[in-house]
Write a protein that binds this ligand. Structure first.
Ligand code: SF4
Length: 695
């Protein structure tokens, strides 16, 4: 209860990976008040502009309220039987790898668990991937290479205790605003130094002590120089190095790299390296500027190498911290929502892990090799290898790189199902079957934020029309495909208990992800679950990883990964002389399905634009507010010019939110090349090449 006497319900914001707690008070007429939860450890009552506008975005104007088959509303029974028949028929005729699920970091953990179980254990394919592939797959790959598991060692409390916070490829002020507010509070309290490493001068730079505007994609060379500085400066932690393998090759490779590719002056590089070396309590936060790169995994390992070499990891105020874009990107990683992972951080390639999960699920089959990652999945849709596709809560016809080709691939797919809260997306318009799902504030489940804290999302509004929770839709499909017993779930609490029990088996294999302490929760305990950081076992809740080693490779040691600078995959040249960086705006979220409903949020930056440097604008004859044609090898967009020296000459920046529904000429991912990191499969969304001309 708050002071008004009306009941409030604790839930979690559905936007970014900070995972802020919210208190919801419905007004009984479809509306509600939203305020920050003072007791949630992620935000302590703070909310950003998006979170505080949530109540403005729950209208039913664009909601999908009934299943639709071939454009006609129908009942659930007909729609789901049609989907089950088409999927079963496709599998019978072409094999399990002829179908695919493309899901989303918007899914709750329980939804994710059921989708993953259905595809990997019962359909028998690993062709389930998620839009989180576009967000943080390189962090997953980097963690697994260094630690043996996808373990995030840092916590938000480390920001409060650090003396230096280095932000790499992260516009924290706009993309994770509450974490940024927390950092500014720490800076006020203890004088925390802030360094921003980003080719673009973003809002985050306003409060930075140092901004290193390095050349796009050159982060590996900068962190290799840091590693050699630490070595030459005698800053290595010899005791901690005994917990690791591979330092000699990593340092040898680092010495062979050339930091001049960063374009930074030697003085600036030295000042940064000296500051890092002389400050014990260092946190390195990294985000999409690191991950969305054809060398993203190497960038992550270049950062991890420096923390491992100095033992600055897993201790208060020290360590690397990857911040995720989506509300449940971490939950998706934990539950095996990526095509190359099993549930509970077990490995698809490991026969013992596969056998354990298969036995636990009593599954008829289990793939023994990774499925198609997002970019490859849509290529397989395009060339007909995937013939039946189910897309859940995401809009790949807009958000995938080479989006025009992806849109055409979906349009040409034999059978496409879309579950979403709205039919008004570019992707939904291409579907053969539309399934109405419940939205945030209408559904129950859990999410995991960027520092491993599991929180509840709770429903306070009735499901509109015929909308159903995703777990229920997926489970019903499983039953209709003949897997009755395995998908006979009555509630998300039941799914969560099964998942937590499976994590105990992962714990027996020595994996990091173990929440078996929650496996015996009653329904009432699940209903009242308070935020808790994993692991949660009978012996332990929360805590830190790696302060004294204890890594998850077979020998218990961490691995240094030798990495060298690689230039972005797309090359500039006379035809496409500019490098295109893409990213978020402060007040919009993904393809604007929800945030566009708030006039307050839409007013921040109401139309699509492109930022270009004054020298480039003059050379191209482009004046402020001119319309600019932006052409890449993959597509074309028309955008309003913003002329600013926040971008460097030869570079341009454009936000990625607008869609064919909201601004058909501004589908930015139509311009982006589908070049991927060879280890993680994550696309390089920040270094495509384009040409500009006045429109
Ligand atoms: Fe929501 Fe992220 Fe803002 Fe917190 S910082 S209120 S999770 S959008």
């Amino acid at each position: 209860m708050d002071g008004s006497g009306l009941p409030e319900t604790r839930s979690t914001c559905p936007y970014c990976g900070v995972g802020c707690g919210v208190l919801l008070r419905p007004d009984g007429q479809g509306g509600m008040d939203v305020r920050g939860d003072p007791d949630h450890p992620a935000n302590h009552a703070r909310l950003c502009s998006k979170g505080s506008a949530l109540a403005e975005t729950i209208g039913l104007e664009h909601r999908l309220l009934a299943p639709r088959v071939d454009g006609r509303d129908c009942d659930w029974d007909s729609a789901l039987q049609h989907v089950a028949d088409r999927f079963s028929d496709t599998i019978a005729r072409h094999g399990p790898d002829s179908v695919g699920f493309y899901v989303s970091g918007q899914l709750l953990t329980e939804d994710y668990y059921v989708a993953n179980k259905l595809m990997k254990g019962f359909i028998g394919s690993a062709n389930i991937d998620t839009n989180s592939r576009l967000c943080m797959a390189s962090s997953v790959a980097g963690h697994k290479r260094a630690f043996g598991t996808d373990t995030v060692p840092g916590t938000y409390e480390d920001l409060d205790a650090a003396d230096l916070v280095v932000l790499v490829g992260s516009n924290l002020a706009w993309c994770h605003p509450v974490l940024y507010q927390r950092l500014l509070a720490a800076r006020k309290a203890r004088g925390t130094r802030i360094v921003v490493i980003d080719p673009r001068r973003t809002a985050t730079c306003d409060s930075a002590d140092m901004h290193l505007a390095l050349a796009p994609g050159s982060d590996v060379a900068l962190f290799n120089r840091l590693l050699t500085t630490l070595y030459e400066g005698g800053a290595l932690d010899a005791g901690y190095l005994r917990q690791t393998n591979g330092f000699d090759r990593a340092i040898e490779t680092a010495f062979s790299d050339d930091a001049r590719v960063t374009g930074l002056s030697p003085d600036r590089i030295e000042a940064f390296c000296e500051l890092w070396m002389r400050t014990e309590k260092v946190v390195t936060i990294y985000s999409q500027g690191v991950n969305q790169s054809s060398s993203g995994s190497d960038k992550v390992n270049a950062i991890l190498n420096c923390h491992l070499a100095t033992g600055r990891i897993g201790k208060p105020g020290m360590g690397p911290l990857s911040v995720t874009g989506q509300p449940n990107a971490m939950g998706g990683r934990e539950v095996g929502g990526l095509a190359n992972m099993l549930a509970c951080h077990l490995d698809l390639e490991n026969p013992d892990h596969r056998a354990a999960v298969r036995s636990f699920w009593d599954a008829p089959q289990m793939p023994d090799a990774p499925g198609l990652k997002a970019v490859d999945m849509f290529r397989a849709v395009g060339d007909g290898r995937i013939k039946a596709l189910w897309i859940i809560h995401t809009n790949p016809a807009v958000s995938m790189p080479e989006a025009d080709a992806v849109r055409d691939a979906i349009a040409g797919c034999d059978f496409t199902v879309v579950s979403d809260i709205t039919a008004a997306t570019d992707t939904a318009r291409l579907a053969d079957v539309l399934l109405p799902a419940t939205a945030w504030a209408e559904k129950e489940g859990t999410v995991t934020n960027s520092d491993r804290t599991i929180s509840r999302q709770r429903s306070v509004l009735p499901a509109p029309g015929a909308a159903r929770p995703d777990w229920a839709i997926l489970a019903e499909l499983g039953r209709r495909m003949g897997f009755d017993r395995a998908f006979d779930y009555a509630s998300p609490a039941e799914i969560f208990r099964e998942y937590a029990t499976l994590s105990g088996i992962a714990g027996q294999f020595g994996r990091d992800f173990d929440i078996s302490g929650l496996a015996r929760m009653t329904d009432a305990a699940y209903a009242g679950l308070v935020p808790v950081r994993w692991p949660v076992t009978a012996m332990r809740a929360g805590g830190r990883f790696f302060a004294d080693g204890g890594f998850f490779h077979a020998d218990g040691k961490a691995r240094f990964v030798p990495v060298s600078y690689r230039a972005p995959a797309s090359k500039t040249g006379p035809r496409y002389p500019f490098r295109l960086n893409t990213g978020r705006l402060r007040d919009q979220w993904h393809t604007m399905t929800r945030t566009a409903l708030s006039p307050r949020l839409a007013a921040h930056m109401p139309e699509p634009f492109i930022e270009l440097h004054p020298e480039d604008a003059a050379a191209q004859g482009i004046a402020p507010a001119d319309l600019v044609q932006v052409q890449s090898p993959h597509g074309r967009a028309i955008l309003r010019a913003r002329i600013t020296d926040s971008v460097q000459p030869g570079q341009v920046f454009a936000p990625m939110h607008w869609t064919g529904e909201t601004a058909p000429s501004a589908r930015i991912d139509g311009l982006v090349a589908a070049e991927t990191d060879p280890v993680s499969g994550q696309p390089e969304s920040k270094a495509s090449v384009v040409a500009l001309s006045r429109f």
